[in-house]
Design a protein around this ligand. Structure first.
Ligand SMILES: *Cc1c(COP(=O)(O)O)cnc(C)c1O
Length: 464
């Protein structure tokens, strides 16, 4: 081996890729590699390995973008060196971010000229920042009134994991309204049962992860108005609009969920979900400067200027934000409405087809006034078709489709549900192909019944 010239062992420039001795043995998987390798071979090996991830366009579990226009690919490439935190060194990228913030203030109906906000890496970081601002504001209020500020609590419905992270990382009691048979969402009545002087805020979700439905932000806001009249306690709302923040303004404009409601002090949304930007961008907006405590703002001057920094990260890529701006300009209200309405049409078609298959009951059918372009369903109560939703998910996987089945959170954890997320690119045509495969899967399961008991391991296979 040691006599073999390096070029042979690690791939010569003229070698056919798979004929080369460089592919004669597996690449290192754990020990830190000793030597250099030819980029062509390494690139091929890694590209090949990525095939095993499956086809993202058939991943109907994710809420995130899996298709982008060619112009977005070009902008991402042009922005590979943009660091979002270096606002002084990349002032135009910083300006583009600031424009997006102003456009979002407009989109979410903030009072003229007073809203503030920032891009983040996603809704999770945005939720941390929005949540932290609520905690700080509550602490100041308690201290000013000479009351203890050591037992904060946060009220949510059945939420995405980022709120569990927020409450756990920052030692906040999480009062999560449990689901009940027939009620899979937050209601004003349930919120009021949990409020007290230590409640830092209430977080309704616009597009609940488990079913896709919008929680009733206005009804909760009205209920909290009543609560304030009775008790003097002013409890703010932060809306988790991870999905809905980029859907409702275009497809359900009459729905009041945003800064039109004075009690809504902050909103987060994922640019990389229905904002249609590539992975890695979210947004958090505060109704006005006063809603963002000064203690959360850092002024950074060692890169040459004096720049405001509100973030958990320091360095982070700017391309996603530039592409978010591209989408705002390229699509506008009109384009976003067209893209999302096409998704809702696919969702409704899927819901009708699935309802007709027999064993299923639709939980949410992709109604644009009620939630996001998604369909969720369960097995009909009492039905025993000889398979579980987990079996069906497995069969569909054989054709490359990822249609997750999972169990609901407390108190409905014995209820399995299955969901299709319809994103830009899940066309009507692709939907018909999926339905053909689903019918074939049902025929297969009919012919080969396979009843597997639901284990807690199955239940944890839930995709966000
Ligand atoms: C996806 C999602 C999140 C987390 O967002 P990321 O952008 O993935 O960090 C939070 N809340 C809801 C409701 C979501 O759907």
């Amino acid at each position: 081996m040691s006599d073999t010239p390096l070029s042979d062992r690690y791939g010569g420039d003229d070698d056919e890729i798979y004929g080369s001795t460089a592919f004669g043995e597996p690449l290192p998987k754990s020990g830190f590699p000793e030597r250099e390798r030819n980029p062509r071979f390494v690139y091929s090996a890694i590209s090949d390995e990525l095939m095993l991830d499956g086809n993202a366009r058939q991943n109907l579990a994710t809420f995130c973008q899996t298709w982008e226009e060619p112009e977005v690919h070009r902008l991402m490439d042009a922005c590979i060196d943009k660091n979002m935190v270096d606002k002084d060194e990349y002032p135009q990228t910083a300006e583009i971010e600031a424009r997006c913030v102003r456009m979002l203030a407009d989109l979410w109906n903030a009072p003229e000229g007073v809203a503030t906000g920032t891009s983040t890496t996603g809704s999770s970081e945005a939720a941390m920042l929005g949540g932290l601002a609520m905690k700080r504001r509550w602490e100041s209020r308690q201290k000013a009134a000479g009351r203890p500020a050591d037992k904060p609590n946060l009220i949510t419905g059945p939420v995405q994991i980022c709120w569990h992270k927020f409450t756990r990382y920052w030692d906040i009691e999480h009062r999560e309204i449990p689901m009940e048979e027939g009620r899979l969402l937050m209601t004003p009545e349930e919120v009021l049962k949990l409020c007290d002087e230590n409640t830092i805020g209430v977080v309704p979700t616009l597009g609940v992860t488990f079913t896709g439905e919008y929680e009733p932000v206005k009804a909760v806001s009205d209920a909290l108005d009543g609560y304030e009249k009775e008790t003097g306690l002013d409890i703010p709302i932060h809306v988790d609009g991870a999905s809905g923040g980029f859907l409702a303004p275009f497809c359900a404009p009459a729905l009041e969920w945003d800064f039109r409601l004075p009690r809504v002090k902050s909103i987060n949304a994922s640019g990389h979900k229905f904002g249609l930007a590539p992975l890695g961008v979210g947004w958090v907006m505060w109704r006005e400067e006063a809603d963002l405590p000064d203690s959360m703002v850092f002024w950074v001057n060692y890169l040459g200027g004096n720049m405001r920094d509100i973030a958990l990260n320091f360095s982070r890529p700017g391309g996603q934000i530039v592409c978010q701006y591209y989408n705002f300009l390229r699509l506008g209200h009109e384009g976003y409405r067209k893209v999302h309405e096409a998704c809702y049409r696919s969702a409704q078609y899927l819901a009708e087809e699935i309802a007709q298959m027999g064993p299923f009951e639709i939980v949410y059918d992709g109604d644009m006034n009620r939630g996001i372009p998604a369909v969720s369903w369960k097995l009909k109560d009492g039905a025993d078709p000889g398979f579980t939703l987990f079996d069906l998910a497995d069969r569909l996987r054989a054709r490359g489709w990822q249609v997750p089945a999972y169990t609901l959170p407390a108190n409905c954890s014995d209820q399995a549900i299955q969901r299709i997320l319809v994103r830009n690119g899940v066309s009507r045509d692709l939907s018909t192909l999926l339905m053909d495969d689903m019918k074939a899967a049902l025929d297969h399961l009919d012919a080969h019944p396979r009843k597997v008991a639901l284990t807690s391991e199955d239940a944890s296979g839930f995709h966000h």
